[in-house]
Ligand binder design. Structure first.
Ligand SMILES: NC(=O)c1ccc[n+]([C@@H]2O[C@H](COP(=O)([O-])OP(=O)(O)OC[C@H]3O[C@@H](n4cnc5c(N)ncnc54)[C@H](O)[C@@H]3O)[C@@H](O)[C@H]2O)c1
Length: 353
């Protein structure tokens, strides 16, 4: 039985709390929150759970692992403290606010033999897994491009922009699907509500093999959209998390056929025949379970079985690396930046507490 201490029980924390309480191999020992009304909520629902406003009370020997569901600006500090106290850590996305911080957490966890995991919930989503299965099986042929939209009316955040709040999911899904890091990122963002905090963000990512991705995130949109489209040489797939048929495979494509070796004087004119194909739509069946349940189970089992969870620290670091590059690009009004560059502005912190 893995004993969990949860820090932060605002909007998202209760979902983690429920899943760790429902998991047969874990129980939540204590919850810490600065807001007394959130602690009252926990006591009302689960009278056996200890509640406290002091998160350091969770660093006692009865707690095996700490789950952090606080605002992103606090992730690095709380995760570092928990690791230094010898606790396994699941931290909500994003893992940290910079590559230097994320690298430090990954190194610290490795040095201490502790599990470090990040809440990339969509990698546990059955529809995303089916999409990956289809891409790997060659259904779409050669992937040409993907585009993702994560739009909402609110919640408007004050501590992070829409890039750091919403795009961690899209970036983690893209890396998961393509099994590759993007080579470069170009990003534009616009602030309408709060100066300096971008409400809408558009990002173009270039992946190896000439695969292109576009990500649009916003909390200033009339509708809730959770959608990704994959277009390839053979077929096209739409993953719509809001639809009953979450995965739709379209037998659509455009074939380019060379008309012949030489067309003589017409060589520059319509050398190719473009053949459009539009066939059936297929809806692969999905066995859907709550993604967060599988995420929590993976964390607990990774501790019990002493193995890395799917969304481990390295995974979290990769996503932070892309987000940091995107942020730098946004600050430079959309200049495309190499993801592998080391940013001259960011200092490398030491491992000393
Ligand atoms: N995986 C997902 O799909 C998903 C969905 C929503 C949010 N999130 C993530 O969850 C995290 C929390 O988001 P939220 O929407 O629940 O935020 P929130 O503001 O609603 O809740 C955060 C809670 O943390 C508490 N808190 C902050 N600092 C604390 C401290 N030092 N000690 C104890 N409690 C403290 C606050 O009082 C608050 O109740 C964010 O990182 C967000 O990105 C993930």
């Amino acid at each position: 039985m893995i004993n969990i201490g949860l820090i932060g029980c605002g909007y998202w924390g209760p979902n983690l709390l429920r899943n760790f309480m429902d998991c047969p191999e874990s129980q939540v020992f204590a919850v810490a929150d600065l807001d007394e009304s959130r602690l009252a909520y926990v006591r009302e629902k689960y009278p056996s759970i200890h509640t406290t406003s002091d998160y350091t009370a969770l660093f006692n020997p009865g707690v095996d692992a700490v789950v952090i569901a606080t605002q992103p600006r606090t992730h690095y500090r709380l995760a570092k403290e928990a690791l230094l106290q010898g606790k396994h850590v699941l931290v909500e996305k994003p893992l940290a606010k910079s590559v230097a911080e994320a690298e430090e957490l990954v190194a610290l966890a490795a040095e201490r033999g502790l599990k470090l995991m990040v809440g990339h919930t969509f990698e546990y989503n059955a529809a995303v897994r089916e999409l990956k299965k289809q891409i790997k099986a060659g259904t779409v042929g050669k992937p040409y491009y993907l585009y993702s939209q994560r739009l909402n009316f609110g919640v408007v955040r004050q501590d992070v922009n829409a890039l750091w709040n919403l795009a961690p999911h899209d970036v983690s899904i893209l890396i998961y699907l393509l099994e590759a890091m993007p080579l470069s990122v170009s990003c534009r963002g616009f602030d309408f509500i709060q100066p300096g905090i971008q409400d809408i963000v558009f990002m173009v990512l270039k992946f190896p093999d000439n695969v292109v991705a576009h990500v649009q995130v916003s909390w200033l949109d009339p509708s809730k959209v959770r959608k990704m489209t994959v277009v390839g040489s053979e077929k096209m797939i739409i993953y719509n998390d809001m639809d009953e048929n979450k995965i739709q495979v379209f037998d659509k494509g455009i074939k380019v056929e060379n008309k012949g070796e030489s067309l003589g004087p017409y060589d520059d004119f319509e050398k190719y025949k473009l053949i459009k194909r539009a066939g059936d739509v297929h809806y692969p069946p999905l066995e859907f379970s709550e993604p967060l349940k599988d995420e929590c189970l993976d964390f607990v089992r990774s501790i019990i079985d002493d193995r890395a969870p799917l969304a481990d620290g390295q995974n979290g670091l990769r996503v932070v690396r892309v987000l940091e590059t995107a942020q730098d690009s946004m600050d430079l009004h959309g200049v495309a930046l190499d993801v592998r560059r080391t940013s001259p502005n960011r200092k490398q912190p030491s491992l000393t507490p």
